[in-house]
Ligand binder design. Structure first.
Ligand code: ATP
Ligand code: MG
Length: 889
């Protein structure tokens, strides 16, 4: 066999199976679509379940793929075994009720021994103990010697997952030689050491299981195979483990370079290098597929992997955020197979940088606290107590310092300490319950659910997509406290009346779109004004109304009438959100995904994933594109479609949103296709016009645009022109066009006036100072200047004192000022006074003491606060004496 690169191996495999009539498909995203049973795709067959189960028709009955996989259950083995990564690629060929064992076994053998020329005697085969059929094909048809064959039980060689299709499997192992083995006497195929490495698993799904031990043989069975690409490369490149395979090694080398550590010298270092190498691969692919770090679900997996990588980086002595630097190498090594990585490069870097920086901010504090806790546990253990870290402590570390439980567990385990997980979970639950309680108390639908719990009626039918006025029957009515038979206005208008109808044209708040408003009138003439509509989990539309007149009763026939102008305004804003999303993707890139939205009759608020502020130029372009689409008058069509068909149309779904089998698809002719339950205009021209009001940040990696359409734009114009009118009249401008010039000249004028004022003030101060010199006393050749300026702030007083000081050398000045109830004394000494041995800092204390104050400062300038206003004159009069004393004493 010949050394073959990982990218080349992938290509060889896929084209080999193409030559056997298979359709080659690209890897599916890591996030499973419409499958709640799985957090992340972990095998080639996982995204194809519906084709295996016959719930959906595959595009071809023979398919081959190379699938990105994440396996978090293997996380503890990463870096320790030679063959496990949390991220790897799985090669696979699949038969949906087409070929079976007779074809797949020879093909697998042909690929390994003829295409790749792996020596046959290094390959070992396992089959399920009862699968004689497979045994015979391997031994008789292929001619494998029995000493290279093993039979395994259900645990190892039977693929089963609850009820449904299942069956035996057959694995192909590569013997890497005794030097990779554990050396134990019983070491053979199936041993958990790294000598016999499983490379390929062929699954024969030939039964339908009822989940209770009964297996029905399928008339038309399936084939599903999986071969780890990195493991195969390991064999073909003759390297020690997954991390030394060409494309992965490049990343490992980069980790070596950043850490300054050499790989292959000691086990602990090697493990950390491999962990970082593996985790940066997984996380780059996860972020590229739209996963963001969070505390739940796949976001948690991502966060855990990133934080674990950061921590192992520290163990390697890297004391700064570094993961972003590795992203480039991961992308470079993988872009051949996954070109989207390059497209998302900036986004991936930003997500990872943000998460790593966040973690860095708290990791030191957290680590210190954890080490302290561990020390305490150790001491307690020495005293005979159990070596366990309390659940509350672990929870606090998680809550305050972002230490995922698993990280705390790992660090504790390194010291032989366990973590009380049960109490951790209890704490976590307490917090969640509280959050839910808070949410419930804010959410009327939860409360209305209780109120209408006993109502025995079918869910409300919503007719408002097609009509704004409809007949209906009043099924239930309540004053908000309890269900009633009737509510009347005997005591006047009644607010907070809740009404459920059998069918309604009123849209209930959902998907970011606000509820409709309008009126409900009963056959007896009772009139209700609808203020809000919410949908309960059971499907009742609860109209919150004010009863204006009459008596509304259960079983009344009613006419429900939605406010048309408001509904139209909401629809305009909602359609604009679709135009906006597409325009943002065009201008900023395909990493843009909706992260929340809100539409009412005045504006649209659209949150999306993006990592920097949108520039004014980008915003202008986005706005222009949306307006282009409005002026092109594109038809908006709405269809209810099976989900598969909708996807084929390329409909955009919300990340992480669950959808039923039939979805509503809103299509703007030639521009955008989205899953959406909202109400829309029929043609984009109805929007009139679109204007962005603001762009801002809502959270790390999430931006928000607020915009408006139609009348909203007109209102904006009105508001602005009203404002301009006002400004024009203040500035006495007749023609609005002259406003900018007038404003600019006013500002300039104001500036020159301010300068002039400054000059005047300075001149006034100078003449005051001159006056002071004229009346100054003389003590041994030093002029004594003292004066009181009421209404003068300390700063002005200080600058006057500086001027006096600098005007003549032989001078001591003591100026008092008062302002806002504070009295300040500033003493200054000119150069000659200083030479004569005077110090302002000393003088100020003596003078201030007379008026009950204290202060200090430098020899040439010092300040003090005075307390007694009545003593100011006395203090000033004492200055000459104090100076004389100082000079002579
Ligand atoms: P093992 O027992 O070695 O963990 P497995 O039984 O979990 O393997 P399968 O679920 O049969 O493996 O997956 C099919 C193929 O995917 C395996 O034969 C192997 O080549 C590859 N594979 C499985 N897990 C990993 C992993 N964590 N890292 C890399 N490759 C893997
Ligand atoms: Mg496994």
């Amino acid at each position: 066999m010949e050394w073959t690169g990982l990218n080349e191996l992938r290509e060889k495999y896929l084209s080999f199976f193409e030559s056997k009539g298979h359709l080659r498909l690209g890897s599916f995203p890591l996030v499973p679509k419409n499958d709640n049973s799985l957090l992340l795709i972990n095998s080639g067959m996982a995204p194809m379940k519906k084709w295996f189960l016959g719930q959906e028709e595959p595009p071809c009955h023979r398919v081959t793929t190379c699938q990105k996989c994440i396996r978090t259950p293997d996380i503890e083995r990463v870096g320790i075994t030679a063959r496990h990564g949390t991220y790897f690629e799985m090669l696979g060929n699949f038969s949906f009720q087409d070929y079976f064992k007779d074809e797949v076994i020879p093909w697998a053998w042909e690929f390994l021994t003829e295409v790749l020329e792996i020596p046959a005697d290094l390959l070992y085969i396992s089959v399920y103990e009862e699968d004689d059929e497979a045994w015979d094909i391997w031994t008789k048809k292929i001619g494998i010697a029995e000493d290279h064959m093993v039979r395994f039980g259900k645990e190892d060689n039977f693929w089963e997952h609850g009820s449904g299709p299942c069956g035996p499997c057959s694995e192909i192992y590569f013997d890497r030689g005794p030097e990779h083995g554990c050396g134990k006497p019983g070491c053979k195929v199936g041993c958990d050491c790294d000598r016999y490495m499983e490379v390929w698993n062929l699954v024969f799904s030939q039964f339908d299981s009822d989940g209770k031990g009964h297996y029905e043989r399928l008339a038309r069975p399936n084939i599903d195979t999986g071969m780890g690409l990195e493991r195969l490369a390991c064999v073909m490149q003759g390297v020690g483990n997954l991390f030394e395979v060409d494309t992965v090694r490049a990343i490992l080398n980069h980790v070596e370079k950043i850490s300054g550590k050499t790989y292959g010298k000691d086990d602990k270092t090697d493990i950390s290098i491999r962990v970082v190498t593996d985790h940066i691969r997984s996380t780059v692919f996860m972020v590229s597929d739209g996963i963001l770090p969070s505390n739940e679900g796949r976001g948690y997996v991502l966060r855990r992997l990133l934080r674990r990588a950061a921590r192992h980086g520290r163990m390697l002595g890297i004391n700064r955020p570094f993961l972003t630097e590795l992203v480039e190498t991961v992308i470079h090594e993988n872009k051949a197979g996954y070109p989207e990585l390059e497209e998302h490069a900036d986004y991936i870097k930003k997500v990872i940088a943000t998460e790593e920086e966040r973690f860095y901010k708290t990791i030191d504090q957290g680590m210190n606290i954890l080490s302290g806790l561990i020390e305490n546990v150790k001491k307690a253990a020495e005293a005979g107590k159990e070596a366990i870290l309390s659940g509350i402590d672990a929870f606090k570390l998680n809550d305050t310092f972002g230490f995922p439980l698993d990280l705390t567990k790992e660090i504790a385990a390194e010291e032989g300490i366990k973590v009380d997980e049960e109490n951790f979970k209890a704490e976590m639950k307490k917090q969640k319950d509280k959050a839910r309680q808070d949410r419930l108390s804010r959410d009327i639908s939860g409360w209305a659910e209780d109120l209408f719990a006993d109502l025995d009626a079918a869910a409300t039918r919503f007719t408002g997509y097609d009509t704004l006025e409809d007949k209906g029957v009043l099924m239930a009515i309540s004053d908000g406290e309890e269900l009633l038979d009737a509510v009347s206005t005997d005591e006047g208008e009644k607010e907070g009346v809740l009404v459920v109808l059998d069918q309604t044209p009123f849209y209930a708040e959902s998907g970011g779109q606000v509820a409709d408003t309008g009126t409900i009138v009963t056959a007896d003439g009772a009139r209700l004004e609808v203020k809000d509509v919410k949908k309960t989990p059971k499907g009742y539309f609860v109209h919150t109304c004010t009863l204006l007149e009459g008596t509304a009763k259960v079983s009344d026939s009613v006419i429900a009438h939605v406010s048309k102008s408001r509904r139209n305004a909401i629809a305009r804003n909602h359609t604009s959100a679709h135009l906006l999303q597409k325009a943002l993707r065009e201008v900023l890139g395909s990493h843009v995904h909706q992260a929340g939205s809100y539409e009412d009759d005045e504006r649209v608020r659209f949150d999306f994933t993006h990592f920097s502020a949108v520039t004014p130029e980008e915003l202008a372009l986005v706005e222009q594109i949306v307006n282009d689409k409005i002026f092109e008058a594109l038809d908006v069509t709405i269809q209810n479609l099976p989900i598969a068909e909708a996807k084929k149309m390329g409909a955009m779904a919300l990340f992480g949103e669950k959808y039923g089998d039939v979805v509503r698809v809103v299509d703007v002719e030639g521009w955008s296709t989205e899953f959406c339950g909202g109400t829309h205009v029929k043609n984009t021209a109805q929007l009139g016009c679109f204007k962005i009001l603001s762009e801002s940040s809502v959270a790390a990696g999430i931006r928000r645009i607020e915009a408006t359409t139609g009348f909203g734009v007109l209102r904006l114009l009105d508001e602005r022109s009203e404002m301009l009118d006002k400004v024009s009249s203040y500035l006495k401008v007749n023609n609005m066009k002259d406003l900018p010039l007038r404003a600019a000249s006013l500002v300039a004028e104001n500036k020159s006036l301010a300068k002039e004022l400054e000059r005047e003030k300075a001149a006034a101060a100078a003449s005051k100072i001159d006056g002071l010199f004229e009346s100054a006393a003389d003590v041994n050749g030093i002029k004594i200047i003292n004066a009181y300026f009421s209404g003068t702030a300390p700063e002005a007083l200080r600058s006057m004192s500086e001027k006096v000081r600098d005007k003549a050398p032989n001078v001591v000045s003591a100026l008092v000022g008062s302002n806002e109830g504070k009295i300040t004394l500033v003493v200054a000494c000119g150069k000659g006074a200083l030479d004569a041995g005077l110090k302002a800092g000393v003088l100020v204390k003596k003078i201030a003491a007379i008026a009950g104050g204290n202060g200090g400062g430098k020899p040439d300038l010092a300040m003090a606060g005075l307390k007694d206003e009545t003593k100011i004159d006395e203090a000033l009069n004492a200055v000459a004496g104090i100076v004389k004393e100082a000079l002579e004493g």
